[in-house]
Design a protein around this ligand. Sequence first.
Ligand code: FES
Length: 116
Amino acid sequence: MPLPACPARFEVEIVDAPDALRSPLRTGQVPALAGETLLRALQRAQAPVLSICGGQASCGACRVEIEAAWIGRLPAAGRTEAALLDFLDDPGPGHRLACQLLLGPALDGLALTLAP
Ligand code: FES
């Protein structure tokens, strides 16, 4: 998928990942490009995040938990994302779908935990 013309590069930070996610990349900085989804950036870095529906906001496998300091800085979840998060067990206020979060320089340093 070609990215928009904005060349901005920045990083998001994986703070933690549950033990169930077996991967050498459980924490650390992940490079990201403006205009791509958080899911795409995590996948490119080979972070242990799943995408059963291919980013269509219908499986919930890409759920992440955003650190509290960042929750208010994110755009609100769209109707489809919000409906799926409501459907999931105990989604919590910081839970978002990585496939629905578009990244940009304003989210440089976005900190999150991968969900099982
Ligand atoms: S990849 Fe399925 S909801 Fe995000």
